[in-house]
Design a protein around this ligand. Structure first.
Ligand code: 4AD
Ligand code: MG
Length: 463
């Protein structure tokens, strides 16, 4: 006897074999003819497999007839061709071992459909529902495609630190890391004395692995990171998390246009893999969550992303009759209403905006000759807005030092970053993709809390 996943047991090629299945009961129906049907799911695929359990099984009356949704079982039996509709195979059980039954009075995931909001209260059980099973299978596939894409192109996977002393994005949205006793903070000149703290200086959870990525790109060529990042921005929106996963390639000897091309190829590769490998889950999202996801992804795979400068985008936004809450003028940081107007209403497709005003972008972005803009790029998609932010990095030492001063940063704090420009500086570029943002786009799930296993948002770190 061989153990099969439900996914494999649903394939007709295994018919005739004696198999073992382990999983959770979705439903049980008793037939008057003296047997029961059990719908079993083990998370390997969306579909269940039907188990036929005859009344002559020794534990039929005591256990099998009481199996309820959520119960865990081990089935042994023969895989047969199914007479029923909608499935190729079923299992004629020779043994049903019950690991644990489930109380039908209190088990939350009964037949009734719950709102996604309600299911967030049951973060420990929601992976057992159809929707969340599908979300996390797709999340797994996206992670695999990310590694495949970069590994096939010879990028090295590196791990950048989670605890850091530098604020890469300069937005001051960092969580502090300390081992000081908060009830008795040592003070010096009225301020906390961080020389008594664990790292002898103020330290934080990282907002991005980019600066360390640049160190490795300046030695090993193309590299990428894929890890958790943290932002203490107090924005309670459907697109922001305090802890999210970011993929950050950093590429040596590459300019902004090349950077955009990698970003576009990267997204298309992820979409192509998901459509091929997660067809059943994607059908589900298209039917139950958002009936445009399949068409949209296919369209994107087969068309070129538009590339539009920030200045052109502002002109478009200034010309339209559409009313925005936040007024438009050259120099503003685009709000999500602006980004969404551009990609949903105006272009109706993904668009890469580039050459943003230098005053609204971090110190590390390369200054353009116009003196007003930097080599920044954002990839915007319908429904979600920004999913990628990136740039060509400033490789000229003097310009970089000027930029730091302009932004009130102390160049001495970044001495190691400046060293990269002193010793064999290179043109280089990179970007960050928010894993949860691209998952929102793929699945059509409207709230970012529903595409990460355990969302961390203001006021919420349960589980
Ligand atoms: O645009 P961001 O801030 O760029 C950086 O951090 C650069 N250092 C990346 C680089 O060039 N290596 O963030 C990149 C992406 C965003 O486009 C968005 O998809 C995601 O990270 N992101 C968030 N996702 C969820 N919740 C948040 N609070 C996010 N903030 C950014
Ligand atoms: Mg950004």
């Amino acid at each position: 006897m061989e153990k099969l996943s439900v996914r494999n047991a649903r394939l007709p090629e295994h018919v005739g074999r004696q198999i073992i299945l382990e999983g959770w009961v979705r439903t049980r129906r008793d037939s008057k003819a003296g047997f029961s049907f059990i719908e079993l799911n083990d998370g390997s695929c969306m579909a269940n497999i039907q188990i036929v359990a005859d009344a002559d099984l020794p534990n039929y009356a005591d256990e099998i007839k009481h199996l309820a949704a959520g119960a865990s079982v081990r089935i042994e039996g023969e895989l047969k061709q199914s007479q029923g509709k909608g499935q190729a195979t079923e299992v004629q059980a020779s043994s049903v071992h019950v690991y644990g039954n489930s109380d039908p009075e209190t088990y939350p995931l009964q037949k009734k459909r719950h709102s996604f909001e309600k299911l967030r209260e049951w973060a420990h059980l929601r992976p057992r529902s159809n929707t969340f099973g599908a979300v996390f299978r797709v999340r797994n596939q996206v992670s695999k495609s990310i590694h495949d894409f970069f590994q096939e192109r010879g990028f090295l996977y590196i791990n950048t630190p989670i605890i850091t002393a530098s604020d890469c994005e300069g937005a001051g949205e960092m969580f502090k890391v300390t081992s000081l006793d908060l009830n008795n903070i040592p003070k010096k000149d009225g301020k906390p004395d961080f020389s008594k703290d664990f790292f002898d200086r103020p330290s934080y959870l990282t907002v991005s692995g980019q600066l360390e990525g640049e160190i490795f790109a300046s030695a090993l060529g193309n590299v990428y990171t894929f890890g958790p990042t943290f932002r203490a921005e107090n924005s309670n929106t459907s697109r922001h998390l305090a802890e999210f996963w970011m993929i950050e390639p950093e590429m040596a000897f590459l300019d902004l246009q090349g950077n955009m091309q990698v970003a576009e190829d990267f997204i298309k590769r992820i979409f192509t893999d998901v459509l091929r490998e997660c067809a059943e889950d994607m059908e589900f999202f298209n039917k139950r969550v958002d009936d445009t996801v399949l068409e949209t992804m296919n369209k994107i795979i087969n068309s070129d992303f538009l590339r539009v400068t920030y200045t052109e985008a502002i002109e478009i936004l200034e010309k339209t009759d559409h009313k925005f809450d936040y007024p438009v003028s050259w120099g503003i940081d685009l709000q999500s209403e602006h980004e969404r107007y551009l990609t949903e209403k105006h272009f109706e497709q993904p668009v890469i905006l580039y050459d943003y005003p230098r005053s609204i972008k971090p110190f590390y972005m390369r200054c353009n000759d116009d003196g007003k803009t930097v080599c920044a790029m954002d990839v915007l998609v319908p429904n979600v807005g920004e999913i990628i932010g990136g740039s060509q990095r400033e490789e000229r030492l003097d310009v970089l030092v000027e930029r730091m001063k302009e932004q009130g940063l102390d160049p001495e704090e970044y001495w190691w970053y400046l060293d990269l420009r002193k010793y064999g500086t290179i043109p280089h570029s990179g970007f960050g993709l928010g894993l949860e943002r691209i998952l929102q786009f793929i699945t059509g799930m409207t709230n970012i809390r529903d595409v990460i296993p355990f969302p961390r948002t203001p006021g919420n770190a349960d589980f």
